[in-house]
Each structure stands twice: as structure tokens, then as C-alpha cells.
Design a protein around this ligand. Structure first.
Ligand code: NAP
Length: 264
């Protein structure tokens, strides 16, 4: 049975992926910062993990390795969203955004790499975002964290290929999850932004609330797990092919589309 560690498996995208993998015969270890809350709720095991804490990562890995001798895949899914204009977002909030989404995924990756390199196989799948390819207004630090993921894993993929470790990034558009309910907002202290911020954040929240549920993302994870030679990038979601295409070929058309979408 193949063993998978998936971070942030208690809600939204991570929960759907973990359930699908479990139903398809994988041994799934999900994680949460509050495992007691969830332990009896899911059909897969939940380990304690806060990806912003080095100590928590080491403890989680020790617990996992006491239960299994191989790790077939790490799925970096855990993430948060900081919202607000770039100018109003505090540096502490900006750091927290990058610390969680980028450094969290990087630290987990560095924690599993020695084992995967030794066993000479493994897959590392990271849930990036379409925001890692295009910019989402009033989520500049979120977009930056996801752009950083693209750059890191694109490079890592080449470095670890000789050890039969396969790196992929899934780039979803909007999907229904709990993300918008846990958004951390910048203090709205600059009145110039008031109407613009209100419109953009309403569209952002609405887009997640009204989006489809994340099963298509879980299907891509299963496809990657079954593939001998997975691709680097998997875009998924409504118009997920269109925005990057427009951005690279017709930047002004793309920019106009983003302004219309976010009412800016
Ligand atoms: N929803 C979308 O439209 C969308 C689109 C593109 C990409 N994404 C990405 O998809 C991933 C999952 O997000 P989601 O939309 O499913 O949101 P979600 O429902 O809020 O789930 C986030 C998960 O991350 C975990 N988490 C948060 N901070 C953590 C930390 N410091 N340490 C460990 N775990 C932490 C949470 O677990 P606990 O609270 O139990 O610890 C939770 O299970 C994120 O990387 C997000 O950026 C989402």
C-alpha cells in the first residue's frame, strides 16, 4: 500500500484529496494543527503539524516514520490567505503569508527529501494556485507566495530527477473550501482604497463561495500518483487555461479582464 502525507487535510481541497486517496487504496496520513478535533471524524489518520514551526515538522516526521518505512508522496496543501491592498498589509501579515504558503511547503519538502533520496523514489505534489501564474488584486502577498512556489519547485524538479523523485505543482482556479472563512485581512487604513478594496474582496469571497467543490483537483492527484512521468504543471478550474495564455500573449487584454472581473 502506498503511503501519502498530505498537509492541511481537515477541510476544503486537502480533505477532498485525502478522502479520494483513501478510497482508492492509499495509506493516507493527513495533518492538522488541532488533530484532537478531527481524529475520529475522518477514515484516515491525522497527525499534528504546524508547517510554520520547525519543531512541529520534526515531530510530525518522527511520528510518521515510526508508522511507515517508506513515503511514496508528500502533498503540500496547507495554506492561508492574507487579503488587502499591498500598501495596507502589515509586514508581519505579509511575512506570515509567505512563511506559511511558501516556507511551509519548502520546509516539509526538505524534511521528506532525505528519505525519498535514500529510497530512490517519491512524488512531491504542491497545491500552488493560478495566483502563482497571474496576479490576484488585493492578494499580492498570497500571489507572491504562490509565484515563489512555482520558481522553487520548477528548479527542484530538475535537481531531484536523477533520484527518481517527481515534482509537480497543481494550479487551481477558484474552488469551494474554507479558505475565505479564514482569510486574514489587512487593516483598512487608507480611504483611497475603500471602494476598490470593497469590490475586489467581495468578488474574491464570492468566487470561492460559489465555486465548484474540489473533486477535479483530487482527480489530478490520482492521475499524478498513477503516472510514471508526471508533468510539472497541472492547471484546473474555470478558465484556468485562459488567464495565463492571455497574460503571456496579450498582457493588456488579460489586465483588462482582471480589472473587469474584480470591478477595479
Ligand atoms: N480554494 C481555492 O479557491 C484555492 C485555489 C487555489 C489554491 N488553493 C490552495 O489550496 C490549498 C488548500 O486551501 P483550501 O482552499 O482548501 O483552504 P482551507 O479549506 O482553509 O484549508 C486549509 C488547510 O490548511 C491547513 N493549515 C492552515 N495553516 C496551517 C499551518 N500553519 N500549518 C499546517 N496546516 C495549516 C488547515 O488545517 P488546520 O486548520 O486543521 O491546521 C486546513 O486543513 C492552499 O494552499 C490554497 O492556497 C485554494
Amino acid at each position: 500500500m502506498k503511503t501519502i502525507l498530505i498537509t492541511g487535510a481537515t477541510s476544503g481541497i486537502g480533505l477532498v484529496i485525502a478522502n479520494q486517496l483513501h478510497q482508492n487504496g492509499y495509506k493516507v496520513y493527513g495533518t492538522s494543527r488541532m488533530p484532537e478535533k478531527f481524529r475520529t471524524k475522518f477514515p484516515f489518520e491525522i497527525l499534528e503539524l504546524d508547517i510554520t514551526s520547525e519543531e512541529s515538522i520534526q515531530k510530525c516526521m518522527a511520528t510518521l516514520l515510526a508508522k511507515t518505512s517508506t513515503i511514496d508522496a508528500l502533498i503540500n496543501n496547507a495554506g492561508i490567505g492574507v487579503c488587502g491592498s499591498a500598501e495596507e498589509t502589515s509586514i508581519e501579515q505579509a511575512y506570515k503569508q509567505i512563511e506559511t504558503n511558501f516556507w511551509g511547503a519548502v520546509k516539509m519538502t526538505r524534511a521528506v527529501l532525505p528519505f525519498m533520496r535514500k529510497q530512490r523514489f517519491g512524488k512531491i505534489i504542491t497545491i500552488g494556485s493560478l495566483a502563482g501564474i497571474i496576479g490576484v488584486p488585493y492578494q499580492s502577498y498570497y500571489s507572491a507566495s504562490k509565484h515563489a512556489i512555482e520558481g522553487f519547485f520548477k528548479t527542484l524538479r530538475i535537481e531531484v530527477r536523477p533520484f527518481n523523485i517527481k515534482i509537480s505543482v497543481i494550479e487551481p482556479g477558484f474552488f469551494k473550501s474554507n479558505l475565505h472563512h479564514t482569510f486574514e485581512y489587512a487593516q483598512p487604513v487608507i480611504p483611497d482604497y475603500d471602494n476598490l478594496r470593497k469590490n475586489a474582496l467581495a468578488v474574491l469571497n464570492d468566487s470561492i463561495e460559489k465555486a465548484r467543490t474540489p473533486e477535479p483537483i483530487a482527480r489530478i492527484v490520482l492521475k499524478i500518483m498513477k503516472s510514471q512521468s508526471p508533468d510539472f504543471s497541472y492547471r484546473v478550474g474555470k478558465n484556468s487555461w485562459l488567464a495565463p495564455f492571455l497574460q503571456f500573449l496579450f498582457f493588456r487584454v488579460y489586465e483588462f479582464g482582471v480589472r473587469v472581473k474584480f470591478m477595479l
